[in-house]
Design a protein around this ligand. Structure first.
Ligand code: PNS
Length: 165
């Protein structure tokens, strides 16, 4: 049978997932049959949260989004897209700086494999939120739970508290 599902991939490190990410997945779910949230496995960059923990947090944070599937990939994103039958890369962008950073990758991915990238502007309330800023604020004692998916906010906050880093 022919697979007619329209799929997109939201790739990233998600270290950790924030409400900005969840907003992108939610809006992508309205436009695609399947939204594959793909976490880059980067052995050279272990990150703040272990890969298994990041995946678990993502799965629990997206449990009420039935079109979302969480996966991992290494190597080229476009090779993952080919293997998974994904036609579109979808990226949330918070600012012009994000677009500038993302555009060369988008062009390269299109050149390499004909896979196009769509940019989704972040909602204003999340336009300054990033995993790294949230982690930095937490490291210096700030309460960052308001930027995190409620189902996993306490767990992420605890993992970022100075005593645990
Ligand atoms: O959340 P991040 O760290 O900004 O995500 C970056 C990511 C994973 C989207 C990007 O580094 C990526 O796609 N890496 C896979 C290798 C690849 O395909 N690079 C682009 C070739 S132009």
């Amino acid at each position: 049978m022919t697979d007619t599902k329209r799929r997109c991939v939201c790739p990233g490190s998600f270290d950790p997932v924030t409400l900005g990410h969840i907003d992108v997945f939610t809006r992508a779910s309205a436009a695609f049959d399947e939204v594959v949230v793909a976490v880059l496995v980067n052995i050279a960059k272990p990150g703040r949260f272990a890969m298994g923990h990041r995946l678990d947090l993502l799965r629990r944070a997206t449990a009420d989004l039935p079109r979302v599937r969480v996966a991992t990939f290494d190597g080229l994103l476009v090779d993952f897209c080919r293997r998974e039958g994904i036609g579109t890369i979808l990226k949330g962008v918070r600012s012009g700086a994000d677009v500038e950073y993302e555009a060369p990758m988008a062009h390269m991915n299109r050149e390499l494999a004909g896979v196009d990238t769509m940019f989704l502007p972040a909602r204003p309330e999340w336009s300054f939120v990033s995993s790294s800023l949230v982690a930095e604020a937490a490291r210096f004692g700030a309460d960052i739970r308001q930027y995190l998916p409620p189902a996993v906010a306490e767990e992420i906050a605890a993992g970022l508290r100075p005593a645990n880093r």
